[in-house]
Design a protein around this ligand. Structure first.
Ligand SMILES: [Cu+2]
Length: 250
């Protein structure tokens, strides 16, 4: 069993992991020291019939030390975290020229909205898919998170991205992924009886694969064939370019 984090695949992932492990080591050392001292004192000063407790006054020096020590550590962590947080979370630092999508959460699924080929979200060839987000590798992506009912949380552990989606608000998150693959997407906010069902996949593809996939979806949207039919037809290469490949819609 590996109790460390799964390797990150986003550009800011290593910075976040470094902070995480620094904090883990500091809190780990403090935990072992305090618990060790506690057990030592329990044994060393246990009740004995021939020994009376004596009254002692606190030590000013010790109190100053154990106040200043944590203060210095917390300030140091704060200054180390600031640039990482800004880069990962602050919209003022988001990269330009990112692919922008809307991802909406509802009980109990995710829906990703892709605008038409011309960029118009209301175009005829605009489409949406459930519980999947397709993005290109090596390019910045901004997702605009929305929630339709209750608070959900968009969580992709391998990206080191976790962000609440809140009804009435649109909250942007960004990432740039360095390795193609399929990454687990979960809801990290207990959102109701079907919370556990709310898992999805973020599919990170090469630019060429992503463009091909998106073109298929645009064509399917125009042709009135849903993604389900298209995906199930099993014969995408041979599909005629001038008409629907399957009857019916969603
Ligand atoms: Cu949820």
């Amino acid at each position: 069993m590996n109790w460390l984090l799964e390797p990150s695949v986003s550009t800011f992932g290593p910075d976040i992991d470094r902070l995480y492990y620094i904090i883990l080591v500091i809190t780990g050392i403090v935990f072992v020291l305090t618990e060790g001292l506690l057990i030592y004192f329990l044994v060393r000063y246990r009740k004995r019939p021939d020994r009376r407790a004596e009254y002692i006054h606190g030590s000013t020096r010790a109190e100053v030390l154990w106040t200043l020590g944590p203060l210095v550590i917390v300030l140091m962590l704060g200054f180390m975290s600031k640039p990482v947080w800004d880069r990962a979370k602050d919209p003022a630092h988001f990269p330009e020229d990112a692919l922008e999508l809307t991802v909406s959460a509802r009980q109990f699924e995710w829906e990703s909205y892709y605008p038409g080929a011309g960029g118009d979200p209301d175009a005829q060839d605009a489409f949406s898919i459930l519980n999947r987000v397709h993005v290109p590798v090596g390019e910045p992506v901004i997702l605009h998170l929305e929630a339709e009912d209750v608070i959900h949380s968009f969580f992709v552990p391998r990206f080191r991205v976790k962000q609440d989606a809140i009804p009435g608000r649109t909250i942007p998150v960004w990432f740039e992924i360095t390795e193609p693959g399929e990454y687990e997407l979960g809801c990290a906010e207990l959102c109701g009886i079907g919370h556990y069902l709310m898992d999805g996949v973020v599919v990170v593809q090469s630019r060429a694969e992503f463009d091909a996939w998106r073109a298929e979806q645009h064509a399917a949207a125009l042709g009135g064939t849903g993604a389900a039919q298209l995906a199930g037809s099993g014969d995408l290469d041979g599909a005629p370019a001038d008409g629907p490949v399957a009857e019916g819609g969603l």
